[in-house]
Write a protein that binds this ligand. Sequence first.
Ligand code: GLA
Length: 795
Amino acid sequence: MKRLPLLSLLTVMGLFGSTQAFCASQPQQAKEVTALNTFKAGDGTFLLNGEPFVVKAAELHYPRIPREYWDHRIKMCKALGMNTVCLYVFWNAHESEPDKFDFTGQNDLAEFIRLCQANDMYVILRPGPYVCAEWEMGGLPWWLLKKKDIRLREQDPYFMERVDKFQKAVADQVSDLTIDKGGPLIMVQVENEYGSYGTDKAYVSEIRDLLRKNFGDEVTLFQCDWSSNFLNNGLDDLIWTMNFGTGANIDQQFAKLKEVRPDSPLMCSEFWSGWFDKWGGNHETRPAADMVEGIDEMLSKGISFSLYMTHGGTNWGHWAGANSPGFSPDVTSYDYDAPISESGVATPKYHALRNTLAKYSDKKLPAVPKAIPTIAIKPFDFTEVAPLFANLPESKRETDIKTMEEFNQGFGSILYRTQLPELTSPSLLTISDPHDFVQVFIDGKYIGKLDRRMGETALQIPAVKKGAQLDLLVEAMGRINFGRAIKDFKGITDKVTVTEVRDGHSFVCDLKNWEVFNLEDTEEFYDSMEYFPIGSFTPGDDGRLPIGVYRATFNVSKPGDTFLNFESWGKGLVYVNGHPMGRIWEIGPQQTLYMPGCWLKKGENEIMVFDIVGPRKASSEGLKTPILDQLQTPRRLVHREDGENLSLAGLTPAASGSFKRVNGWQETTFNSPVKGRFVCLEMLSAAGNDNDAAIAEMYLVDDKGNRLSREPWTVRYADSEEVKDGNYSADKIFDLQESTYWKPVKGTPYPHAVVIDLGAEHTLTGLQYLPRMEKDVPGAIGEYKVYVSSDDFKY
Ligand code: GLA
């Protein structure tokens, strides 16, 4: 029987000296984990050293947790009743430039895994290359986009060459930590939910082969996908596991797998404990009872699981990703409404789950580690500011506009400057496409903004003399991490035009000759600026201080965790003592940033905020609890304009009938192929006794029998949307997430209707509908009608 040398244990203990003040206890000696050395799929169960074994995994992401707290968080998982840690490897965190690998500090993957082992936890490794995870570009490095025609997550030679190097670098760190070699690694995942991206067994096989090459034949490999699509890319020699959220009908989730592989061990590789927040959307929560019930049911049936997330942590710096279709950037906190809060606190959900997990543990669970102390920091004012426009770096000249990536810039903002032609009347400035938040200035005066989240691409500018200076300050937010849109270039991706209407004729001018300033998000750049006392600036008409970098120091007598309050700030990025703390944005719902005590110093601490719209008040304070649920300037979350009432009178439906009250996809075929751009699904009744009509996902089928791409879809109208008590707006029906859904406000009368603008005319032959995933199929639609029209409907 092999054992890891007293390991890194000593290293672990030495390295974590600084954590002592915060952590309840130090890593214990590895016991069982090192004594076991095979992990395989058996008949209907996993086998650990030949014995049936149920994986109870806690999903944790080491880059999202301060290294000083890794041990604390792992112990919290152990005390919760988990036996395994499941983790992603974020490629872009480890390889910021091609061939420049970093596995140190926050990135020390091997050390994190050894720490799991020291805490008697097994480990499941998910090295991507793509991971999703609401992380910038799903973990792929932005610099891949410098090859403009790259095919991501496909057998593109350059993509595969880079994946090969990255996978090898990961294996160099951890391939000696597999269970057969005395380490804690029991399984390694091949790619991630490939079914929600495409069908390409050849590509998935190549990723599998790389893992086999790097980890050897002994390691157990698996794939994770949804029950609705796992067969599309399922490889015969891999274990198949399912991902689904709390509340889902568990038997139904495994029904297909049991049918095609009756002897397979069952595992929910991502059981979603909560959900992630997006800027401008309501804070997400999921009931503890549903989570606990689901875990109880799985354990009672011997089903393995990984609870995603058990502790979410934080998207430090610019690492938060964005979702699509549309563009929904994620907030900095990855609290996820998980059992262990963003700052490591045991929530009521934690205790409820612990009681259940205790039932399935043959040993008494370890005591819950003490919480890390929290502190308040008295309000403090910022003292200096470096206004951005007085601190521009050297510029470059380009005839045509280019993306950020073409300037070898990955993150931050970019300023494009040119001269306008004479405009004799107010004209339309159109940007295709603005990624992601553009502020328009003419001769230094703010004119307006274009926010990609809202699909804004044009705005009116005033008449100007020839040569007026146009400035476009473009801020990049996180790159999309889900779906085909992950190829997400930043800056301005195509062109900028001005359209003037003169004597009834439109004159379009394609703007050229740009002066470009790259405002890379680095502390060095912000440090290099010239700072002035803040007192020399007064707020403008909009009540804001200038766009720029603000600095201050604040005093801490005894470091502890705190939540820095940014309610009076605009939009930007924060650094404290050199640590990138993340994004802030006044629109909310997140208003505070988690500030771990281990990154604070006794005495003076330095803070720097780059505010790209300007604060209303440049001050902050440390709070003892976070504010994660405060939408400050609520965005219009519903899709029905005041006074609109859809009228379908006199129209002939393309299809009508009744859906069944069952889990899983259903399809209705149209009476005959029909052309149109606007599609209305009218729900006339509910199939069950509840009146809570809902749609989780919907597709339209074209005349070749294929699903239409939903990328260009927008919701034109929905008669009612529940957006006060949760996020159930109608765009959820094409957000690629089976666990989120559209639901009208409870009690509003039938019929309910949603109208989708497909963006272009198509010939349609059918509609596919997925009801909610829970056992009793709440909100199942009964009778329905589908209408298709080339022109918009009447309201
Ligand atoms: C999927 C992905 C995860 C994460 C969750 C949602 O299951 O595999 O990486 O994005 O969705 O949080």
